[in-house]
Design a protein around this ligand. Structure first.
Ligand code: AP5
Length: 218
């Protein structure tokens, strides 16, 4: 099954992608994670990507499309994939559709996670990630019991470099400006399925599961 998760920064795409990936046994293709890997290298490309990400801007379409479409050609993604954070612009969505059509594949579900901005900002303020396996945690005021280390692998939790509150707000603005037309692209084709992501994690997962299960042939 091939699924796209859309939604603003901090709405819970990474959290839900991980849960659904474990349930369906398909890989997550997360453009943000891929860029975070590249930016750790010592190259001019890494420096360029660091600049875009730390300012909260999108990486240019050409580079992003090439990187993600190449990843979708890997053998593990042939059985299915969950796209987290890609596409984000109309050219990215069109390039994805074209490539999948050429390959005789298609997207089964385009799922938009939605939550009010105050909920999102609260989540972003409390987000910590595992420095080793990338698992996502929240250590905000609503989760005082959250651990200092990863419950899965024991590594320390760290903050992302784009978690500065000013950058977070800017990333939300960029999402509205750049990604709203792409949401309309899927909406106008009757392909968009919306999930209220302002609810607790388990309830959001249940909403997503309903959508995904609805497509499983009897
Ligand atoms: P990326 O890494 O993709 O970031 P993002 O899309 O901005 O989304 P986030 O990862 O910030 O949030 P999320 O929705 O995954 O939420 P999460 O699950 O972590 O992109 C980073 C950068 O890379 C971009 O700014 C850009 O520069 C570049 N980039 C990436 N893709 C690109 C593309 N296609 N084109 C161009 N540039 C691109 O959850 C957030 C927090 O909330 C966590 O603490 C979590 O524990 C908590 N939480 C989650 N769900 C719930 C819930 N239901 N209730 C309570 N807490 C919750």
């Amino acid at each position: 099954m091939n699924i796209i998760f859309l939604g603003p920064p901090g709405v819970g795409k990474g959290t839900q992608s991980r849960r659904l990936s474990e349930c369906l046994g398909v890989p997550i293709v997360a453009s943000g994670d891929m860029f975070r890997e590249v930016r750790q290298t010592d190259s001019s490309l890494a420096r360029e990507i660091r600049g875009y990400m730390d300012r909260g801007e999108y990486v240019p379409d050409g580079l992003t499309i090439k990187m993600v479409l190449n990843r979708l050609q890997q053998p593990d993604a042939m059985v299915g994939f969950i796209l987290d954070g890609f596409p984000r612009t109309v050219p990215q969505a069109e390039a994805l559709d074209e490539k999948l059509e050429t390959d005789g594949r298609r997207i089964d579900h385009v799922i938009l996670l939605e939550a009010p901005q105050n909920v999102i900002l609260e989540r972003l303020l409390g987000r910590w990630i595992c420095s080793n396996c990338g698992r996502i945690y929240n250590r905000g005021s609503s989760s005082p019991q959250a651990p200092d280390t990863c419950a899965h692998c024991g590594a320390p939790l760290v903050r992302r470099t784009d978690e500065d509150p000013e950058v977070q707000r800017y990333r939300l603005e960029v999402f509205q400006r750049e990604t709203a037309p792409m949401v309309e692209y899927y909406q106008s084709q009757g392909r968009l399925e919306r999930v209220n992501a302002a609810r607790p994690v388990d309830e959001v997962s249940a909403g997503i599961k309903q959508i995904v299960d609805g497509a499983v042939p009897a």
